[in-house]
Design a protein around this ligand. Structure first.
Ligand code: FAD
Length: 391
C-alpha cells in the first residue's frame, strides 16, 4: 500500500459538511432536503453537543408568509414603541411578529433529518478546516473531507481588531410568570427606551405569550461588552419601574451577545462558506438574524442547484443596505444617546410596513427616501459623508 492510499483510508468523504447544529445549520439542512438534487448528496453535520444547547427563542417578522407558523409559540400584529413620555402604538399588518422556541425548531428539524438517509449527524468538535479543491475537516477522532463546508463556528474575538464599525448587542431576558393577568398578549412592546441612554442605546422588549407570561429582555447596543450584572440590574430596574407591584416567577432565562458590524465575514476559501452569525447574517443595525440566515440558506441551495459556488452572505446584501447599516452603526456608536430618538422617529413618522420592509433589507429606494426624510437629516448626512470617505 503506498502512502496515498494509507492516507485516504483515514478519511471519510462527503459532498457537503455543515459545522454546527444551530439555527443557520438547520435552516440550511432543511433547505437542502427540500430539493431532490441537493437532498441526494452525501452530507455530514457536526455539532459539539446535541444535548447541550443554550436556551434561546427566535423572533422575526414576516409578511404574507406562514412558513414557520406551525412552530410559532406566539405571533402578534400589534406593537408599541416607547420613548420618554411618548408612545407609538402600531399595527404590524400585513406583517406578523413571530416567536419560535429554539427547542421546538430543533425538534422539528431533527425529525426531518431522521427521514433522510443521506445525512449523518456527528457529535464532534471541529478543530480546523483546511485543504484546497477538497476540504479536510479535522476532528479529534478523524479527518473528513467535503467539497463544500458550511461553517457556523463563531468567535467574537475575531472582531477584536476590526477597524470598521462594530457594536455589541448584549441582552439578558427572562420568561416571567406574573401572579395575576397583567399582560395583553395581542401586543408587544417592541422597543421601550424609557431608561438611561447615556453610554449605550438601551431598551427593553416585552413579548407576552399569554396574560400571565412574557419574555422580557433588557438590551444594550454597546461599544464594549458590559458586565452581566449591569444587564441584570437593567432588567430588574425595568420591572420595578413598570411592573412594580407585581410578583413574578422566573421560568427560564436567556442571554447573548450578537455582533452588529459592517465586517465582511468571509473564510478566504471559496469552498468554505461561513453561515449564520459567523457568516454575517446578523443584521448590522439590528442584530436580527433568523430572516437573513434563512435567505442565505435559500441562496446557497439555489447556487448548488446551478452548480455554482455558493456566495458568502454579504455578497447577497444589496449595496444600499450595506451603506444604510454603516451609517446607522456610525451614529449609534458615536452618539448612543441619540439612538432612542432615531428609532422612535423611525416608527412614529413612517408607515410600520415601510419600516419593517426597510429593516428586512426589502424596501424600495422610494420607501428609503421617504424614511430618511423623517430622520434627523443633518445627523444622517454627517454620518453618511464620514462613511463615504472612510474607505
Ligand atoms: C439568547 C439569544 C436570543 C436570540 N434571539 C434572536 C431573535 O429573537 N431573533 C433573531 O433573529 N436572532 C436572535 N438571536 C441571534 C441569532 O439568531 C442566534 O444567535 C442564532 O442561534 C444564530 O445561529 P447560528 O447558526 O449562527 O449559531 P448557533 O445557533 O449558535 O449555532 C452554532 C452551533 O455550532 C456549534 N459549534 C460551535 N463550534 C463548533 C465546533 N468547533 N464544532 C462543532 N460544532 C460547533 C455550537 O454548539 C452551536 O450549536 C439570538 C441569539 C441569542 C444568543
Amino acid at each position: 500500500m503506498n502512502n496515498f492510499n494509507r492516507k485516504t483510508e483515514l478519511v471519510e468523504q462527503y459532498d457537503y459538511a455543515i459545522i454546527g447544529g444551530g439555527l443557520s445549520a438547520l435552516l440550511l439542512v432543511l433547505e437542502i432536503l427540500k430539493n431532490p438534487d441537493t437532498a441526494n448528496k452525501k452530507i455530514i453535520l457536526f455539532e459539539s453537543s446535541f444535548n447541550n444547547y443554550a436556551p434561546r427563542t427566535w423572533c422575526f417578522w414576516e409578511k404574507n408568509r406562514i412558513t414557520w407558523d406551525f412552530l410559532a409559540r406566539h405571533k402578534w400584529q400589534q406593537a408599541s414603541i416607547h420613548y420618554q413620555q411618548a408612545e407609538v402604538d402600531a399595527s404590524l399588518y400585513p406583517y406578523s411578529y413571530k416567536m419560535i422556541e429554539a427547542d421546538e425548531f430543533r425538534k422539528y428539524a431533527f425529525s426531518v433529518i431522521k427521514d433522510s438517509t443521506n445525512i449523518e449527524l456527528k457529535e464532534a468538535t471541529v478543530l480546523k478546516v483546511d485543504g484546497d479543491a477538497i476540504l479536510n475537516i479535522h476532528t479529534k477522532e478523524k479527518i473528513f473531507t467535503a467539497k463544500y463546508v458550511f461553517d457556523s463556528r463563531f468567535n467574537l474575538q475575531l472582531l477584536n481588531n476590526y477597524k470598521g464599525n462594530i457594536l455589541y448587542q448584549q441582552f439578558k431576558g427572562n420568561f416571567l410568570k406574573a401572579e395575576k393577568p397583567v399582560f395583553d398578549d395581542t401586543s408587544i412592546r417592541l422597543m421601550d427606551f424609557r431608561m438611561d441612554q447615556t453610554n449605550a442605546v438601551a431598551f427593553c422588549y416585552v413579548l407576552p405569550v399569554n396574560r400571565y407570561t412574557a419574555l422580557i429582555e433588557y438590551t444594550l447596543f454597546t461599544s464594549a461588552v458590559a458586565d452581566w450584572k449591569q444587564l441584570d440590574q437593567g432588567l430588574n430596574q425595568y420591572l420595578t419601574d413598570f411592573f412594580g407591584n407585581i410578583q413574578f416567577e422566573t421560568i427560564s432565562a436567556e442571554r447573548g451577545i450578537i455582533p452588529m458590524t459592517d465586517y465582511r465575514f468571509n473564510s478566504g476559501h471559496p469552498g468554505i462558506i461561513p453561515i449564520g452569525t459567523a457568516g454575517g447574517c446578523s443584521k448590522a443595525s439590528s442584530g436580527y438574524t433568523f430572516h437573513f440566515a434563512e435567505k442565505h440558506a435559500k441562496a446557497i441551495v439555489a447556487d448548488l442547484l446551478q452548480h455554482k459556488t455558493p456566495q458568502p452572505y454579504y455578497e447577497l446584501i444589496p449595496a444600499k443596505f450595506h451603506f444604510y447599516d454603516r451609517v446607522l452603526l456610525n451614529i449609534l456608536k458615536k452618539y448612543p444617546e441619540k439612538g432612542a430618538s432615531v428609532f422612535y422617529r423611525l416608527f412614529e413618522r413612517n408607515r410600520t410596513e415601510d419600516v419593517l420592509d426597510f429593516l428586512n433589507n426589502e424596501s424600495t429606494l422610494r420607501q428609503d427616501i421617504k424614511i430618511f426624510t423623517t430622520l434627523p437629516v443633518p445627523l444622517f448626512l454627517r454620518a453618511a459623508l464620514k462613511e463615504i470617505f472612510r474607505f
